[in-house]
Design a protein around this ligand. Structure first.
Ligand code: PLP
Length: 441
């Protein structure tokens, strides 16, 4: 059912798969070769050693036990009876949508935020469904209320939440909205594992929720997706389909092991700068032809080790995000998209809206030249991704909020490598760039 070839969209800075940051980052000045990763998870050397001891064992037993413990941990923490895993979140999303489509034949559209990860749109296309991007509010990055109000719901199968950068959307309201219209809500927590809304974990709203274990997510095992649901029938059907999928090949597992082992060293700013020059890292890609594979069990011990530190990792990012935001707040024309209502975010990155597109580009160039881990995030709104054109729902309304965000957003890193000296440098760049410009606020 897949259609279309992958389309590379040249972005500014890194996006889809930024490597992590990590072990023992020193407070040395950033030179041109020293580059902060835009996002990441500080994996400790001891964790690499413990993971390797299990993953490299000739028997699969230790990895399988770690996977069971991880799934049980997710079940308990998120209070859901069913946890399913695959090699990616997008793979799970496409199978999930196919299963939901069997329950509502004739409903062919999936509403997604007008500005979100292109993998979400790719999963919709992979499931043979049409993408209906709805506009977002730049102040929250969540669905714009008027876009929801104007939605013609009769052809819509499901609506997917955004929760980008660790900022939760108004999920209680979205759940009620979807229920009232007979639409399935899929709670995409790929970037928000550990966040809550009204005391409920993000990822547990609606019919099913998703987490990603890809690089640069709240926790990572290099790749992997986790689906949670309370729906017994859905879980049974999905489990059958996942069991029938191929696993990663022998060479791929070997490659994963090498890559994950190298991950910790990649996180050091000096090495990240070098590797970035050799490998084309993190282009934003729309590609509906992604593999559908079972989760590689030998990665599970890493998922388990980091899952046990989820709260600590989230606290650390939140603290740095707050500190950075406090320094930048008050600069002319700079805005910080934020959640509304009673929610606790997890600050995977700190998104900032520059006063205008030109100022964003200048800021990004200056931050990138100093290796300060800024990215332009997704370069275009979903509706402006050319390769998606044939797969968009008919009668789509414009998404000006999403277009505006794509032009003005940049993300700043919040991981443990962003020490005070880096925060000061980021502020210097903002101060200098915004002072230079005659900025309309
Ligand atoms: C918001 C969002 N949803 C879904 C996904 C898909 O997750 P994965 O990379 O595990 O396929 C991502 C990952 O980039 C994401 O950022």
């Amino acid at each position: 059912m897949s259609s279309g070839n992958g389309a590379r969209i040249p972005g500014r800075g890194f996006e889809s798969s930024p490597p992590g940051e990590g072990v023992g980052l020193g407070a040395f000045p950033v030179s041109r070769l020293r580059t902060l990763p835009p996002a990441g998870t500080p994996i400790r050397a001891a964790e690499v050693a413990r993971w390797a001891a299990r993953a490299l064992s000739p028997s699969l037993g230790p990895s399988l036990r770690a996977r069971s413990a991880f799934e049980e941990g997710v079940r308990q923490r998120f209070e859901v009876p069913h946890v399913l895993m695959m090699s990616s979140g997008r793979g799970l999303l496409s199978l999930l949508l196919e299963e939901l489509a069997r329950r509502r034949p004739g409903r062919m559209e999936v509403a997604i935020p007008g500005y979100t990860c292109y993998s979400v749109a790719a999963a919709v296309v992979r499931a043979g469904l049409r993408v209906r991007p709805l506009d977002i509010d730049p102040a929250t990055l969540d669905y714009a209320p008027e876009a929801l109000a104007g939605l013609q719901a009769d052809r819509v199968l499901a609506i997917v939440s955004g929760n980008l950068f660790g900022i939760p959307g108004d999920l209680s309201a979205l759940e009620a909205f979807a229920r009232k219209r007979g639409i399935f809500l899929v709670d995409d927590a790929a970037q928000s594992m550990g966040a809550t809304v009204d005391g409920r974990p993000v990822g547990t709203f609606g019919t099913a929720g998703l987490f990603s274990l890809d690089k640069g997510k709240n926790i990572t095992s290099l790749r992997g997706g986790v689906l949670v649901t309370r729906d017994d029938d859905l879980s049974r059907r999905l489990a059958e389909r996942i069991d029938a999928l191929p696993g990663a090949g022998f060479a791929e597992v070997g490659g994963d092991l090498v890559r994950l082992a190298g991950f910790a060293s990649l996180q050091e700013p000096h090495l990240f700068g070098v590797v970035r020059r050799i490998v084309r890292l993190g282009e934003t890609v729309y590609d509906p032809d992604f593999p559908l594979e079972r989760y590689p069990d030998r990665l599970a011990p890493m998922a388990l080790l980091l899952f046990r530190r989820l709260d600590e990792l989230n606290r650390d990012r939140a603290e740095r995000g707050r500190s950075l935001r406090n320094r930048l707040e008050g600069l002319p024309g700079v805005h910080f998209p934020s959640a509304q209502g009673k929610s606790a975010g997890v600050a995977l990155r700190l998104p900032v809206l520059a006063p205008n597109a030109e100022a964003r580009d200048r800021l990004l160039d200056a931050l990138t030249a100093r290796g300060l881990g800024a990215t332009a995030s997704y370069p275009r709104s979903i509706a402006d991704v050319d390769a998606l054109g044939p797969h968009l729902a008919t009668g789509m309304l414009p998404t000006p909020g999403a277009v505006d965000v794509a032009a003005r957003i940049l993300t700043l890193p919040t991981h443990s490598g962003v020490e005070i000296s880096y925060q000061e440098q980021i502020c210097e760049v903002f101060g200098a760039m915004l002072e230079d410009a005659s900025v309309p606020t």
